[in-house]
Design a protein around this ligand. Structure first.
Ligand code: ADP
Ligand code: TRP
Length: 336
């Protein structure tokens, strides 16, 4: 069983794209195998809230704290099972930040500067934090601490996983075999759910408007309303053509992902946009309403969430601590 890991940065509101493209696929890993035979390893699925990454852009401390708890509760509601995956908050495991520094001594400045996401985000900021530049190196630390084999990511994060690969290979070659070299894998379906109001850009936590994103915490009525008002294309027939008919194709992709069918086949079942929208709204509500209900149960028990996170951090530190010790020793640091 390959070990898979992913992180969720507590900025913005989690949406259907995150759920179908990232949350559901990573949690499916918990069900495939409970544990590999690896000694003292964490579970084969590692899910964490990357709160340190939320500090790379201008942030509001209270919002980060609130969202960290909200994301934890939502991931639990979506099916993260702390007995079957390693579930943690990044800043609770100081080994992430410590390995980050060590990897900064292996990664190149030019390498970090070339990252497309850095260039795009830096262009939009007046004050660019140094941590925005080193963000992918922290991400490499997240990945390498747990001997991750596979990182399921969308296109925008692929380059960061490539950097983690390069850093791991370079470290191993120069200082001795220490890290598993990870690879980026595509999530199986629904890699790109598009914004409902502008179906040529992806649905996004930070960039989508309230009408464009189907948020995991939206009430069922709000979800329905947004789907019914989604932008469709000219030409009244239902065809699956991502380039030519982005609006309708996005609804077909959403319906397909929610009901585990094929979008092109679904297109044959509908003659009118309104019927497709109705079916899509039903499918979205059937998918997200139970998550929201479980969420409401879980947030009512903050002590439970904290206990889960405390336990996750303790388990993670056992593993990450060993890995960090090996990295320090390989780099020539004197043990205490
Ligand atoms: P956002 O782009 O909404 O800010 P992130 O970049 O933090 O979200 O992505 C978190 C995870 O969700 C990533 O694994 C990413 O690939 C996935 N994801 C984000 N948006 C979408 C989308 N519209 N469709 C499918 N998956 C998505
Ligand atoms: N940077 C990712 C994002 O914003 C989250 C993340 C942090 C991550 N560390 C990671 C994803 C390691 C995969 C692996 O979406």
């Amino acid at each position: 069983m390959p070990r898979r890991l992913t992180g969720f940065t507590p900025s913005g509101e989690l949406h259907l794209g995150n759920y179908l493209g990232a949350i559901r696929p990573i949690l499916a890993g918990q069900d495939r195998a409970v544990r590999s035979g690896r000694d003292a390893g964490p579970s084969d699925t590692v899910v964490f809230i990357s709160d340190l990454h939320a500090l790379t852009l201008d942030h509001d401390p209270q919002q980060v704290r609130r969202r960290t708890l909200e994301f934890a509760a939502l991931l639990l509601a979506a099916g993260a099972d702390p007995d079957r995956c390693l579930f943690l908050v990044q800043s609770h495991v100081p080994e992430h930040a410590e390995l980050h520094y060590l990897l900064e001594c292996v990664a190149g400045y030019g390498e970090a500067q070339r990252m497309i996401q850095f260039k795009e985000k830096a262009r939009r900021q007046e004050q660019v934090r140094v941590s925005l530049l080193t963000y992918p190196i922290l991400m490499a630390a997240d990945i390498l601490l747990y001997d991750t084999d596979e990182v399921p990511v969308g296109e925008d994060q692929r380059q960061h996983v490539e950097l983690a690969r390069d850093v791991a290979s370079r470290f191993n070659a120069r200082y001795g075999q220490t890290f598993t070299v990870p690879r980026a894998v595509n999530p199986p379906v629904a890699a790109r759910i598009m914004d409902l109001t502008t179906p040529n850009v992806k649905m996004s936590k930070s960039a989508s408007s309230a009408a464009g994103a189907l948020r995991l915490l939206d009430e069922p009525d709000a979800l329905r309303r947004k789907v019914m008002r989604a932008v469709t294309d000219t030409g009244g027939d239902v065809v699956y053509d991502v380039e030519g008919r982005p609006g309708v194709s996005n609804l077909l992709d959403i319906l397909a992902a929610c009901t585990e069918q094929q979008p092109a086949q679904l297109a044959d079942e509908f003659n009118r946009y309104s019927d497709l929208k109705q079916a899509t709204a039903d499918a979205v509500v059937a998918t997200l309403a139970p998550v929201r209900e479980r969420y409401l149960d879980i947030v009512a028990k903050p002590d439970y969430i904290r206990e889960v996170l405390r336990d996750g951090a303790a388990r993670a530190r056992t593993y990450a601590g060993e890995k960090l010790k090996a990295a320090k020793s390989a780099l020539g640091l004197l043990p205490v």
